[in-house]
Design a binder for this molecule. Structure first.
Ligand code: M1P
Length: 236
């Protein structure tokens, strides 16, 4: 049997948006005859906000907050915590203060989740239109890539990666999405594991899980760019 792992934002749904009803209709039919897990960067509350209840219930398990929280049948099974160094927080404040982005900045620029910190120079309280503006600007100026490179060099005890459209994710080294690989392999020692994500490239928040799986036997990583690619890959 194949065991599927799906990323959420950018893979099953557009980043930070609800699952498209047509996608949900097709996916739920597929899910009835396949075994799948979710490995999201977002927290569990956002998973249940973005996915319809029948889709949430169709997963054999849901890893959220970069694998630091695990739910099965709606019940929390475990959660990890993170210790944040003062110097790291000061460095993030400096990035926010010195950004070259000249649009308006919003609140909630450091969002603490179980086992991780999500940082966005723009601020997570921004309206959706501003997300796109910042993302277009960032695609040209590569601010997030530069922040990720600097943090990974300066703070090797953490693992920093580009999140969805506006943010970066910070976890304790070894406590990112890659922890999901060993857990699912332990639960399914003889099955093929297939991971589908939109950020499997170096620096992306699916990369560590993709690399860990690639180093294991009987696995496959499918890099997609949007939910449309997922439908195409699954043939639904
Ligand atoms: O799952 C991908 C990312 O989705 C959101 O990213 P952004 O707000 O940048 O679009 C965040 O929840 C992020 O943590 C997560 O990795």
């Amino acid at each position: 049997m194949n065991i599927y792992i799906f990323d959420m934002d950018g893979t099953l749904t557009p980043a930070r948006q609800q699952m498209d009803p047509d996608f949900a209709r097709r996916f739920i039919i597929w899910a009835k005859s396949h075994m799948a897990y979710l490995a999201a960067g977002s927290n569990y509350e956002k998973v249940t906000e973005q996915l319809p209840p029948d889709i949430v219930a169709s997963f054999s398990g849901i890893y959220s907050s970069m694998g630091n929280v695990f739910h099965q049948k709606g019940k929390e099974i475990y959660r990890n915590e993170i210790k944040l160094k003062k110097e790291l927080l000061q460095t993030l404040e400096r990035f926010r203060k010195n950004t070259a982005y000249d649009g308006k900045l919003y609140g909630n620029y450091m969002e603490l989740r179980p086992g991780m910190l999500n940082f966005s120079v723009l601020g997570r309280n921004c309206p959706f239109s501003e997300r796109n503006l910042y993302n277009e600007w960032d695609n040209k100026h590569h601010e997030r890539e530069q922040i990720v490179a600097e943090l990974n060099q300066k703070f090797p005890e953490y693992e920093t990666s580009v999140g969805g459209k506006i943010s970066i994710d910070i976890v304790t080294k070894g406590c990112g999405k890659e922890q999901v690989a060993a857990k699912i392999r332990a639960a399914h020692p003889n099955d093929k594991i297939i991971f589908i994500g939109d950020r499997t490239e170096k620096g992306g928040n699916d990369y560590a899980l993709a690399e860990t799986l690639r180093a294991m036997d009987n696995t496959e990583v499918i890099a997609i760019k949007s939910p449309k690619d997922v439908l195409e890959y699954l043939g639904i």
